[in-house]
Design a protein around this ligand. Structure first.
Ligand SMILES: Nc1ncnc2c1ncn2[C@@H]1O[C@H](COP(=O)(O)OP(=O)(O)O)[C@@H](O)[C@H]1O
Ligand SMILES: CC(=O)OP(=O)(O)O
Ligand SMILES: [Mg+2]
Length: 401
């Protein structure tokens, strides 16, 4: 069975095609700046080094149609006919408390995702556009939703409740949900395989640090706490998101700067984090370059970013009364030896010991970066959210047959 996996954002759409008989990715690609003059689709078939680009993509439906054109193209395509794609899997960011696992798309599922727009106004409308666009281009193909929040539904109430009036939870479902669950789930399972111990016996701290970032405490294969909250804004400092702050800052800034709710939301989500502190970039590569050149704002941005990851690792070791494994994953976690080094060098109180040479190796394989003496195994594990989505889609689409 061949499966198309879609990760739709408000102005972007990433995709992969999997052949599930061998769990291999046949092609991947991304459409960026949908609806803008500079929109572009970059398609990367895995059987050749060639990439193929198209522009002028007005909306998500056009984006998917152009993706399907590429997938069936004589040269850069990976299927003879679109009928070979037997199911589509979607990453949906917010599943609220309703979705504790992946589901086949039905009209009820869509209605529930729509009800959740309020909880994830930046993310869920985009996911819905992806679902609708896939449905209109491939009306007879089963569609599956895989939720970022599902893995974290195992958290105990002491982790997910906020210490505010309970009526807000009862009326509006205000609580911690957590995100990047597909990734935390995947890398914690991989970590158990790497250290060759049963997942049930392990306390793992997974650090998913990309453009968005979150840490999760995974005990016995289940999420027991995570840094993101009701929305993907809480916790770590991110590319453009503030992460944790004193909630009193929000009304104070609104009144002092005369900001609306939308403006303050946009400030915290899009104009904060590394971008705001460095004053130059949200990209860790550029922050590291600035730091090497002695730029004080880039240095401060790096230090704040690294410090908060380290603080949460300490917190999660306390939350689980110990830790056996720390995993680094996603864009920064997989690629930045500097971030990993700086985070780990002050975890000596936990018995963490990094092997400098192993840490510098660049590889796409799961690997150790700690020494054999380290009390906690420290691993780098490339995440694969798309493969997890493809697996759930395969399972649910087969069950539906
Ligand atoms: N070699 C590198 N060194 C440091 N940071 C890197 C490197 N490569 C990628 N990154 C970081 O990874 C981030 C993107 O991570 P990714 O997981 O792809 O994000 P997302 O899925 O949230 O868009 C970039 O913003 C960049 O800062
Ligand atoms: C939920 C979330 O923050 O996702 P991303 O890291 O892809 O922005
Ligand atoms: Mg990501």
């Amino acid at each position: 069975m061949k499966i198309l996996v879609i990760n739709a954002g408000s102005s972007s759409l990433k995709y992969q095609v999997y052949d599930m008989s061998s769990e291999t990715a046949l092609a991947s690609g991304r459409v960026e700046r949908i609806g803008m003059d500079s929109s572009i689709l970059v398609h990367e078939p895995h059987h050749t080094d060639e990439t193929s680009e198209v522009s002028e993509i007005l909306d998500h439906t056009t984006a998917i149609r152009k993706v399907l054109d590429k997938l069936t193209d004589a040269e850069v395509g990976v299927v003879k006919s679109i009928d070979e794609i037997e199911a589509v899997g979607h990453r949906v960011v917010h599943g609220g408390e309703t979705f504790k696992g992946s589901v086949l798309v039905t009209s009820e599922v869509k209605a529930e995702i729509r009800r959740l727009f309020d909880l994830a106004p930046l993310h869920n409308p985009a996911c819905m556009m992806g679902i609708k666009a896939a449905e209109s281009n491939m009306p007879n193909v089963p569609q599956v939703c895989v939720f970022d929040t599902a893995f974290h539904q195992s958290m105990p109430a002491r982790s997910y409740m906020y210490a505010i009036p309970q009526v807000l939870y009862k009326k509006h479902k205000i609580r911690r949900y957590g995100f990047h669950g597909t990734s935390h789930d995947y890398v914690s399972k991989q970590a158990a395989a790497v250290v060759n111990r049963p997942l049930e016996d392990l306390k793992i701290i997974t650090c998913h640090i990309g453009n968005g970032g979150s840490l999760t405490a995974v005990q016995g294969g289940k999420s027991v706490d995570t840094t993101m909250g009701m929305t993907p804004l809480e916790g770590l400092m991110m590319g453009t998101r503030s992460g944790d702050l004193d909630p009193a800052i929000v009304p104070y800034t609104m009144s002092k700067e005369d900001l609306t709710v939308n403006e303050v939301n946009s400030m915290l989500n899009k104009h904060s984090g590394l971008q705001a502190i460095s004053g130059t970039s949200s990209d860790m590569r550029e922050i590291e370059e600035g730091m090497q050149n002695g730029e004080p704002n880039a240095t401060l941005a790096f230090e704040m970013y690294e410090y908060r990851i380290r603080k949460y690792i300490g917190a999660y070791a306390a939350a689980m009364d110990g830790a056996d494994v720390i995993v680094f994953t996603a864009g920064v976690g997989e690629n930045s030896a500097t971030v990993r080094q700086r985070v780990c060098e002050k975890l000596t109180f936990l018995g963490v010991e990094i092997d400098q040479e192993l840490n510098k190796i660049r590889s796409k394989e799961p690997r150790y970066i700690s020494t054999p003496n380290s009390k906690i195994a420290v691993l780098v594990i490339p995440t694969n959210e798309e493969l997890m989505i493809a697996r759930d889609t395969y399972r649910l689409a087969n069950n539906a047959k």
